[in-house]
Design a protein around this ligand. Sequence first.
Ligand code: GLN
Length: 480
Amino acid sequence: MDALRIAEAVNAGALDPVEVVAEHRARIEAQDRRIHAFLTLNPAAEEEARAVAGRVAAGERPPLAGVPFAVKDNLVTRGLRTTAGSRVLENFVPPYTATAVDRLRAAGAVLLGKTNLDEFAMGSSTEHSAFGPTRNPWDLKRVPGGSSGGSAAAVAAGMVPLALGSDTGGSIRQPAAYTGVLGFKPTYGRVSRYGLIAYASSLDVVGPFARSVGDLAAAMEAIAGRDPKDATSLEAAPAFTEALDRPVQGLRVAWVRETLGPGTDPGVREALERFAGVLEDLGLTVGEVGLPELEYALAAYYLVATSEASSNLARYDGTLYGARAPGEELVAAMKATRARYFGAEVKRRIFMGTFALSSGYYQAYYGRALRARAAIARAFERAFADYDLLLTPTAPTPAFRLGEKLADPLSMYLTDVNTVAANLAGLPALSLPAGFSRGLPVGVQLLGPPLADERLLAVARAYERAAGGVFRRPPPPPQG
Ligand code: GLN
């Protein structure tokens, strides 16, 4: 059941939130041994569900009453272990809760558990989790994408209707595409980052996964808006649910030539063409635009992201929280902690970022990356003078096999080639299911100018109405 239908039934007194929790728990028990979407289940879920039942009995009608949700394990949850997929936080129990999680609960949703991710959200497959990979519900030999692979797989397999992820360079959209669900990266600042374990603060955004556009909008409505605890959070939040039924006829869409290069899987290209055809049937115009500056997006992204990460991850030194390796002397203990408890990919990124920021190379790498970032933002601005929305494949190919890209970090980074630019420019971007290539889900990405979040959702909704079938097809039950 979709989130909104659960909430409706709970608010009508037709469904008991405690039963909803039990049903979803049973689905997790049946499937998650194979999929491994969850790292930690919330032992207080029944209690939280009973509290929601009490609110409903008292006359309240919370918009997400009784809706079970999952949260990527880099959003802190008070009293519930939060690992960021890392050994360094393996036993970390946070003293506070992330704003986005608090807000979903205030809207009546019930936290079922914390989901797997690449360590500190660094990766594109969830294979860099210190606790083992998550598998794609469509094909257990394939990755669910990353870094929010656990949240994507949990929603795709029907273990929860709603989940939160974080997106620094594509970590909501790429796994959404690989698992056949919707994933939304809002405009930078639209959702509070308070309680999100920082990877690259100028790029990080919290956003939802869902199986329907209505659910996605309802989740956005709950989590968006100003938070005094995050100085970069934006003031007013749009009424996402109301905006869904805005007319979309006449909107001008352009697909981005550079994102349909020779590396694009033919099935992905076909899905995009079909999608564009549906938009035309809906009365939108579809053109084509060139954004040559995107050539620098991936390089700029991996310099900015690793530079910020090298600074953000300095705090994991065993002194304040998290794991601590024994050592006689302070600096030796810090070094031993970082050497022992960080994984290989995290270390690689800290090295890259530290190098890019070092005094001799700062201008050559970090400085130039910032200039490329500004040029990319200007290129988008130009494109959005002529078009209301841009269209690209979310990723060049469908989900790849476990292990396929582990030995070659660069080929892993290349799966983000179409998603990182939105983070560099702070744009809202939505990945939605648009069909299949050789039995595997394919996602297309809609990009809008900053603050046009609702426009993306309205177009997605119109598409969903016109082609609802692709949204409804569930993955086969897991085998093997
Ligand atoms: N895959 C990209 C990276 O490894 C994006 C990750 C993310 O969005 N958190 O940096």
